[in-house]
Design a protein around this ligand. Structure first.
Ligand SMILES: Cc1ncc(COP(=O)(O)O)c(C=O)c1O
Length: 455
């Protein structure tokens, strides 16, 4: 497969022919939302209707063409409609769509491939069809492996919307109705390191990783019944705003888990499969989890997710059964297998590392030049820009976040809002030319918003 397959469709993007959201988009949105309710803020703030995607470009129903900095929502990471992946799915769509959890040739190849790319001996595998189901399977697996019941997770992490996953996360999210009234018994939450806004800081104000670890030790002793099965967290926060911990955090957390006989469960649904330039985001810190979940990029848009445990724990998976209606169906396995092969064949981990460094340099320069950019964050193609009203007080600038999102979208950049933190998740195939194009649009929008607010 020619790795430039997407370039032709990227010519002349962005191309805005009518101010978006245009009349056709708005009419379609109105007709749809007459019945389909509960849309995300990504859509509510910019109700455009799409009809085509190819590579790094998206086309709306009014004929506007956008540069994609969202990959759906961290999903179509190898570009929309990658020919190799579409072909693999359509082959099985015409051959065998579902046969429960029986083995198929494509499942055989996928498990061998997946076990081959993962570090250590992460090779006890189950497949599901959404991220939350994989996380639920991880919770069940942790209990089956350890015989223990309690879980510790982190403030502002997100793990999905099933009840177990909801118990691991914030119960009241912005304008979303509280999932409460309480989380399930035995589920606890603790703060996690955010270098820009540390809960535990040294005398000079810099983040104190040991402060977190010491707090966790005390928390385990004082707040739990000594029955903690797993510490589950996102390796880098996605929904929380592309927030990465300091480099010494995960090695220290791994040690804490080992000392306390607690499993380390890395939910890599968003950050895994190449997004940070490594197969696992935890590879950035040479840390191997006991349980890991994959989703989103795993099938490049086809609903397929995975939960994987270390070999020594794999027997426990027999206790929780891999049976599900759709998990691991042949089309899903074909999508995931082709996606991994594409990352290898197109050398995308290297591309993400190289262009990722370029992104950080550009964002750093923007931070220096713009009064409302308080912080920049990222590794590879998991990126964020934090907007503040004042660099000293660090007061979040939500109004600016919303406006910058809308302005950039109007100029032809499809992307993801997260309150005052602008999130970028470009397809991993993107090169510097298009990365610069997207960042120019963002910077132009930030400049306009600064002017509007009198900076
Ligand atoms: C880290 C993480 N885990 C789990 C999920 C849930 O995935 P899904 O929406 O496929 O259920 C998400 C979704 O955003 C996520 O970001």
């Amino acid at each position: 497969m020619n790795k430039n397959w997407w370039r032709k469709s990227a010519e002349n993007i962005p191309n805005i022919v009518i101010r978006p959201p245009g009349p056709k988009s708005l009419k379609m949105h109105k007709n749809t939302t007459r019945y389909f309710r509960g849309l995300s803020s990504q859509v509510k703030l910019f109700p455009v209707s799409f009809e085509e995607g190819h590579g790094i470009s998206l086309t709306d129903v009014d004929g506007n063409r956008y540069l994609d900095f969202s990959s759906g929502i961290y999903v179509t990471s190898l570009g929309h409609c990658h020919p190799k992946i579409s072909e693999a799915v359509s082959k099985w769509a015409n051959k065998l769509m579902n046969c429960h959890d029986f083995t198929t040739p494509v499942k055989e190849k996928l498990v061998e491939k997946l076990a081959g790319i993962l570090p250590g001996n992460l090779n006890g595998i189950q497949f599901y069809s959404d991220g939350a189901s994989a996380v639920e399977a991880g919770i069940r697996a942790a209990r089956a492996i350890t015989g223990k019941q309690e879980f510790i997770s982190c403030f502002r992490d997100f793990h999905g919307k099933s009840m177990g996953a909801v118990s691991l996360a914030q119960m009241l999210r912005g304008d979303v109705f509280s999932y409460g009234p309480t989380r399930a018994p035995g589920f606890y939450m603790v703060p996690r390191p955010n270098p820009y806004r540390p809960t535990f800081a040294k005398a000079d104000g810099s983040i104190d990783t040991d402060g977190y670890i010491d707090f966790y030790k005390e928390f385990i002793q004082e707040a739990t019944v000594g029955n903690v099965s797993a510490f589950i967290l996102e390796p880098a926060q996605g929904w929380g705003g592309s927030i990465f911990p300091p480099d010494d955090f995960f090695p220290k957390l791994r040690k804490l888990c080992d000392e306390n006989n607690i499993l380390l469960f890395s939910d890599e649904v968003l950050a895994g499969m190449g997004r940070t330039g490594e197969w696992l985001c935890l590879d950035n810190w040479n840390t191997i989890p006991d349980i890991v979940t994959f989703g989103k990029s795993f099938g490049n848009g086809f609903p397929v997710t995975a939960m994987v445990v270390k070999e020594e724990y794999a027997d426990a998976l027999d206790l929780i059964s891999a049976s599900s209606s759709y998990g691991g169906n042949p089309m899903a396995c074909a999508a995931a297998l082709a996606s991994i092969e594409v990352i290898e064949e197109e050398d995308l981990l290297e591309n993400v590392r190289t262009v990722g460094k370029w992104f950080l340099k550009r964002m750093k320069k923007m931070q220096e030049e713009h009064p409302i950019i308080g912080d920049i964050k990222g590794k590879g193609f998991l990126l964020g820009i934090e907007l503040v009203k004042d660099k000293q007080t660090k007061e979040p600038f939500n109004e600016a976040g919303k406006l910058v999102y809308q302005k950039a979208f109007t100029k032809g950049l499809a992307w993801i809002p997260a309150g005052h933190i602008l999130r970028m998740s470009p397809p991993l195939i993107m090169d510097e030319k298009f990365a610069a194009m997207g960042m120019d649009i963002i910077e132009e929008s930030i400049t306009e918003v600064e002017k509007e607010f009198g900076y």
